[in-house]
Design a protein around this ligand. Structure first.
Ligand SMILES: C[S@@+](CC[C@H](N)C(=O)[O-])C[C@H]1O[C@@H](n2cnc3c(N)ncnc32)[C@H](O)[C@@H]1O
Length: 328
């Protein structure tokens, strides 16, 4: 089967194929460039995370399904179910629903996106665009013709944690490239993910940001390096978050110059991972253009006060990074 894209592009980017030990999946038909929007889909069904009883949940899904056109009902019923039995609709939802945003309690089921298998080192990013009410899939590195298209269903913790999460929430044992690494390499990957988590926690400490901003900025630098190594140089949305953290540290201390560079970098990553029409992408662009519009401008101090025009010129790449992250 060769689906056509619904966004006006007439080149079929992928086909649906059987993938060994994973059921169906999407495979690239042609080479796909980083940042390409591969899919953009409306939900078939949306799901609140909490229902009072399993029967309530099943009845709710049945009612939503009944209201759909016949073709959509067939699409929903053809989706994989790791938990068939007494509550078939709930089983399909549990196997397939993706959250509508990173911390949303609402999930959604899609006709084609739900055929994309998981990888702990995915080549695509999935994101919910609340403006358009659609889920989008973007390539976060070049994908070769014949390669499987993958997304991460989880948020990338150490192997034991994410594997347990995938088992409990999606009902499968992950066989992706990262989970199949030899023991020593898996341990190294886990150590990097532990470090990523520890750095992220340290950067999120507001009192440290106020009292030791240079340390926080250096943690952002270390976090970005760890992400690059762990995710094989892919453009991951976690890097956009790290740049936005760096932006917030600088702007809280009055430095519009560094803040504008960090927001510009966060913007460019969001364009790749989510597209120009994502609200978060647009938010980063507005901060790149006017960092002082951020509500925390100067909230900690004006100790780093520097206008946007004071971004240094004529430095080589290494010198610029040293300036940007206050390495000296
Ligand atoms: C959302 S569905 C993806 C499409 C599915 N393969 C199909 O045939 O319709 C999720 C299911 O795909 C399989 N799957 C996805 N990613 C996998 C992975 N990394 N390792 C093993 N199985 C995977 C599991 O059976 C999982 O429950």
């Amino acid at each position: 089967m060769v689906p056509r894209l619904s966004n006006g592009v007439d080149t079929p980017l992928f086909e649906i194929k059987q993938i060994p030990r994973k059921g169906r999946g999407l495979v690239a038909r042609i080479n796909v460039a980083t940042g390409t929007r591969i899919l953009c889909e409306k939900p078939l069904l949306t799901v609140q995370s909490e229902y009072t009883t399993p029967v309530d949940a099943e009845n709710m899904f049945a009612a939503q399904l009944k209201a759909l056109p016949k073709a959509s009902q067939r699409e929903f019923l053809s989706l994989h179910n790791t938990n068939p039995g007494k509550y078939p609709f709930t089983g399909i939802v549990r196997t397939n629903a993706l959250p509508c945003g990173p911390s949303s309690s609402v999930g959604a089921v899609y006709p084609t996106i739900c055929l994309i298998n998981h990888s702990c080192v995915p080549n695509c990013n999935h994101s919910w665009n609340s403006d358009t009410g659609r889920e989008t899939i973007h390539a976060i590195r070049p994908i070769e013709a014949g390669e499987e298209i993958t997304i991460a269903y989880d948020c990338g913790r150490v192997s034991a944690v994410r594997r347990a999460f995938l088992k409990v929430n999606f009902g499968f044992d992950c066989i992706c490239r990262a989970c199949s690494l030899p023991a020593a390499e898996l341990a190294a990957s886990d150590a990097r993910r532990e470090r990523i988590q520890a750095l992220d926690d340290a950067i999120g400490d507001a009192s440290r940001m106020a009292s030791r901003p240079s340390d926080c900025l250096r943690d952002c630098h270390a976090l970005l390096q760890a992400l690059r190594k762990e995710y094989d140089g892919c453009t991951v949305v976690l890097s956009a978050r790290a740049y936005y953290d760096a932006f917030q540290i600088c702007i809280a201390h009055g430095d519009e110059a560094r803040a504008s560079v960090f927001a510009e970098r966060a913007y460019k990553i969001r364009v790749i991972c989510e597209g120009e029409d994502s609200l978060e992408t647009q938010r980063m662009l507005s901060f790149a253009r006017n960092p002082a519009s951020h509500p925390t401008f100067g909230i900690c101090s004006f100790g780093w006060k520097r206008s946007r025009a004071m971004v240094p010129k004529g430095l080589d790449a290494e010198q610029f990074e040293e300036w940007l992250f206050k390495m000296k």
